[in-house]
Design a protein around this ligand. Structure first.
Ligand code: MN
Length: 137
């Protein structure tokens, strides 16, 4: 049995995120496990760049309202307690609503060197983010 102390919170790299994003690596499984989980906190308006995950990714919303966009222009909203499943290879982004913080637990599989990894693409433009709403109104 092993008890792990939490590592330091890290700031997400600006070349993959827009706005201020911080995370805690909750779990990085050692071989043969490839389980990985990051608790990610997005400032209002912050979001990932477009990207896809080779093996998919699941997002458990902890607080705030999570926005998840796909290439068809749809922006989904997800609330605390809800789970968003991103299928393998599907390009998407996720982030906070414009007016509040958002925190989600990101769960995926990968090795320490990042393979099979996440393919990072271009930033989400303000026009792509604009349809985001915190309510259906
Ligand atoms: Mn993702």
């Amino acid at each position: 049995m092993e008890f792990a102390l939490p590592g330091a919170t890290g700031e997400a790299p600006a070349e993959r995120f827009t706005g201020e994003v911080w995370w805690d690596a909750v779990h990085s499984g050692g071989e043969p496990s490839r389980m990985r989980a990051n608790l990610v906190r997005f400032a209002p308006g912050a979001r990932t760049h477009w990207h896809s995950h080779a093996l998919g990714q699941s997002l458990h919303v902890v607080s705030g309202v999570a926005l998840i966009g796909t290439r068809d222009g749809v922006v989904f909203a997800a609330w605390p307690g809800e789970l968003v499943v991103c299928p393998p290879g599907e390009e998407h982004w996720h982030g906070a609503a414009p007016d509040r913080f958002m925190e989600h637990l990101a769960m995926w599989e990968g090795t320490e060197d990042g393979s099979p990894g996440t393919t990072w693409l271009e930033p989400v433009t303000d026009e792509q983010y604009a349809p985001a709403r915190t309510t259906s109104a």
